[in-house]
Design a binder for this molecule. Structure first.
Ligand SMILES: [Fe+2]
Length: 308
């Protein structure tokens, strides 16, 4: 079995029109499909149908997360091993999620739902697949961004879900942070070449801390921070900063429903092969200091308290 990539995230939003405007004009994604209650978006560097779905709802938060597998037989295997582990599963029919083939949805111990599928419709790059333009068109004043990079989600017992992903689904665990008693309070997992695809931190089960988009260079994070400020998009008070963990240049902001977004650049690369990554560990003081925000050497409590 091989889970090959984080493919998309499906979010709840409280105002579909406002959220559509946000992900199109502020984030810089292109709209690839629209239904009565959903909008699908893709980044310009991806050929698949979407990387973000927004769903009209009475709440913000995370609906489910989509991961691609390397072979159609992986779907049945994931269903079997997940059920043997005691997790709930349900079959997802082809086309039930636009642009996505059949899959299996599992409920993690953290309360989050993951959909594992093999087929994703290919729509091609935004710049075309024949003689593509070298310079991308602007998307409403924002440079096109690279891809959906990762999510940080919350749960009461991060260790329990990280153990399942590592031992049963062969995710790599790149970094963890531990409390003085040795319990894991945060952990970073990946199936690709980036240091995290999905990270878990303490908080309410099923919670969403943020979704992160990778941009091409650190200067673009600065330019995007300028644009967020000029557009009065809510950001963290100290705006642009850097994480000690992963070393990325980062800015956080919120969509109109209260889902936290991140633009970031500079994460170190990982081999993308199971069990080939040596673990980096942090203690809680470092996590809440330079590991969290390198310049400020402190993390405001509301950074972890505000989740959707
Ligand atoms: Fe992040």
């Amino acid at each position: 079995m091989a889970v090959t990539r984080l493919n998309y995230v499906s979010l709840y939003v409280t105002d579909l029109d406002l959220a559509k405007k946000h992900y199109e004009e502020v984030v810089g994604l292109r709209v690839t499909d629209v239904t009565k209650n959903q909008v699908y978006f893709q980044s310009s560097d991806s050929q698949n149908h979407h990387c973000v779905i927004i769903n009209a709802s009475d709440r913000a938060g995370i609906e489910h997360i989509g991961f691609k597998v390397s072979d159609p037989s992986d779907i049945k295997e994931i269903k079997l091993v997940s059920e043997n582990y005691g997790l709930e599963t349900s079959d997802v029919g082809a086309g039930e999620i636009l642009g996505i083939g059949e899959g299996v949805k599992i409920k993690l111990p953290s309360g989050h739902y993951l959909n594992f599928f093999y087929h994703a419709d290919v729509i091609g790059y935004a710049n075309g697949m024949f003689n593509p333009k070298s310079v991308a068109d602007e998307v409403m004043g924002v440079n096109p961004l690279s891809h959906l990079d990762h999510l940080l989600v919350t749960c009461e017992d991060p260790a329990k879900t990280i153990k399942f992903l590592q031992e049963v689904l062969d995710f790599n665990v790149t970094e963890t942070a531990s409390a003085p008693d040795g319990s894991i309070i945060a952990g970073f997992t990946t199936v690709g070449n980036t240091m995290h695809n999905i990270a878990f931190a303490g908080g309410p089960n099923g919670g969403l801390h943020h979704i992160a988009f990778y941009v091409y260079d650190r200067a673009d994070v600065i330019r995007r921070t300028d644009l967020l400020k000029s557009r009065n998009v809510p950001t963290m008070e100290f705006g642009l900063t850097r994480h000690g963990i992963a070393g990325v240049t980062t800015v956080y902001f919120f969509d109109p429903s209260g889902n936290r977004n991140e633009f970031q650049c500079g994460a170190y690369e990982t081999p993308g092969v199971p069990n080939r990554v040596e673990l980096v560990t942090w203690d809680v003081d470092s996590l809440m200091g330079k590991g969290g925000f390198y310049y400020e050497a402190a993390v405001e409590p509301k950074f972890f308290q505000t989740v959707s």
